[in-house]
Design a binder for this molecule. Structure first.
Ligand code: SF4
Ligand code: SF4
Length: 193
């Protein structure tokens, strides 16, 4: 009986399709949750470095001055922690293996020229704002350092301007009245006495 079952099994196998996939003759059929490799949509990436700090195997390098994001695929353990932590959701776990290529040890994504130009503009705007804030703070500090005028003291600016045609102030001397001539009748009386 066992022999008959074996023959039936073999005959069935001869006329059925293989249980395995025909890769590479046919494209591989990756399952939905297959953890293949990490890809970054660099156009959305803000180079915050959260993925780099989270990665347990230090597979990711983020360089803000160079506007670049890099990954070493052979260091990645497909834990998906970087995908979960990314604030702008530009990382994804692609369910296929890493394509072979010349750049095998490190894959680097760079900002496009437009993105770099935009970032440089932002930097200039921030620098201008900081400079303006510093100048305003310095002016405020200088104004606070000046002594306040005492109460009751008039400043030159507060004094009214002299009217046109008036005598210039500042001599402080009052001209002496001229001596008036005595009347003639009085003089004669004094001579007789
Ligand atoms: S966490 Fe996301 S946005 Fe931040 S550097 Fe990584 S990939 Fe870019
Ligand atoms: S999947 Fe895990 S190991 Fe791979 S780069 Fe992301 S955080 Fe690092």
């Amino acid at each position: 009986m066992a022999f008959v079952n074996y023959i039936a099994y073999e005959i069935r196998n001869l006329f059925s399709t293989p249980a395995t996939e025909k890769f590479p003759k046919e494209p591989a059929n990756f399952t939905e949750r297959y953890r293949g490799h990490i890809e970054n949509d660099i156009s959305k990436c803000i180079l915050c470095g959260m993925c780099m700090r989270t990665c347990p195997s230090n597979a990711i390098t983020v360089s803000k001055p160079d506007y670049s994001w890099s990954i070493r695929p052979f260091s990645c353990v497909q834990c998906k922690a970087c995908v979960d932590v990314c604030p702008v959701h530009c990382l994804s776990m692609v369910n296929s293996y890493t394509e072979p290529g010349a750049e095998k040890t490190q894959i680097t994504n760079h900002y496009s020229e437009e993105q770099v130009a935009k970032e440089e503009e932002k930097k200039k705007a921030i620098a201008a704002k900081v400079a303006a804030a510093k100048a305003a703070a310095a002016a405020k500090a200088a104004a606070a350092a000046q002594p306040a005028p005492k109460a009751g003291t008039e400043t030159a600016a507060a004094q009214p301007a002299p009217a046109a045609g008036a005598e210039p102030a500042g001599t402080g001397e009052t001209p002496a009245p001229k001596a008036e001539a005595q009347p003639a009748a009085v003089q004669s009386v004094q001579g007789e006495a």
